[in-house]
Design a protein around this ligand. Structure first.
Ligand code: DGL
Length: 270
């Protein structure tokens, strides 16, 4: 089956968070066909072991390549730190990945106290340690894991009491340290931006990298542009391993308008 008339850019996440990246890509590349795969049937990836995440990432990219993906964005920090290398080794197409925006945050920060919110697995990764070592010199970088937050966004709870309590708890030590800049190192968290900004206060600037990732995929696919680039609106195709009606309602809510979601069997994704 090939739902895309022309080669598309494939974007995937453990669930719905990557829709925040998809929005930025759609704004940057209005003519391109985009294919989004939410592996919500297996979210959060953070609770899974590494071999499971690698195997899911391979299966999902395989699925997208079979449907004509000419390039892939790993719109998930956790899948990036665990599986980006294997995906790049396995596929000869451009693969753009996420990384917490620690470098720009340190540059932006006036007092050089920077908070980073992400999943435990992302924060424990070699990639984050090396970003901190490379760009964090002379700065106080506070890494804060946020268990439970991905699940709140998956459930569509963007500002209820549980989400608010979790965020207050995770922001408290960063606020006590005096951070003036906060990095969102998980693609689910931009959907909590209004609440995060309200809780962190106006003195804290919140940084997330989706616009930079969108520019990067635009640059990497420049020679692969849709033939009618600039003369058409690209289509967006949505897939999910969650139960169909549920996926449709939740993706539509976060995307901001009704979308048709193709359900994919959770056990394989082919
Ligand atoms: N959106 C994913 C990320 O950026 C969430 C990871 C997870 O499912 O644990 O890390």
């Amino acid at each position: 089956m090939n739902d895309c008339a022309h080669a598309a850019i494939g974007v995937f996440d453990s669930g719905l968070g990557g829709l925040s990246v998809l929005k930025a890509i759609r704004a940057e590349l209005p003519s391109e066909d985009l294919l989004y795969f939410a592996d919500s049937g297996h979210a959060p990836y953070g609770d899974r072991d590494e071999s499971f995440i690698v195997s899911r990432a391979m299966t999902v990219v395989d699925f997208m390549v079979k449907r004509g993906a000419k390039a892939v964005v790993i719109a998930c920090n956790t899948a990036t730190v665990v599986a980006a290398r294997q995906l790049r080794d396995a596929y000869g197409i451009p693969i753009v990945a996420m990384e917490p925006a620690i470098k720009p945050a340190v540059e932006l920060s006036r007092n050089k106290v920077v908070g980073v919110l992400a999943t435990s697995r992302t924060l424990a990764s070699e990639s984050v340690s090396s970003l901190v070592a490379r760009y964090g010199q002379g700065a106080d970088i506070r890494l804060q894991a946020c268990p439970g937050l991905v699940a709140q966004v998956e459930q569509g709870d963007l500002d209820g009491p549980v989400t608010r309590a979790l965020l207050s708890q995770y922001l408290a030590p960063l606020q006590a340290a005096g951070m003036d800049t906060l990095v969102l190192g998980c693609t689910h968290y931009p959907f909590l931006m209004p609440l995060i900004q309200a809780l962190a206060g106006p003195g804290v600037q919140v940084v997330e990298p989706s616009a930079a990732v969108a520019r990067e995929i635009a640059r990497r696919t420049q020679k692969l542009r849709h033939p009618l680039d600039g003369k058409r609106n690209g289509a967006t195709f949505f897939y999910s391993t969650a139960e169909a009606a549920d996926a449709q309602a939740r993706m539509s809510a976060l995307w901001g308008k009704p979308v048709a979601v193709h359900a994919v069997a959770a056990h394989d994704g082919t």
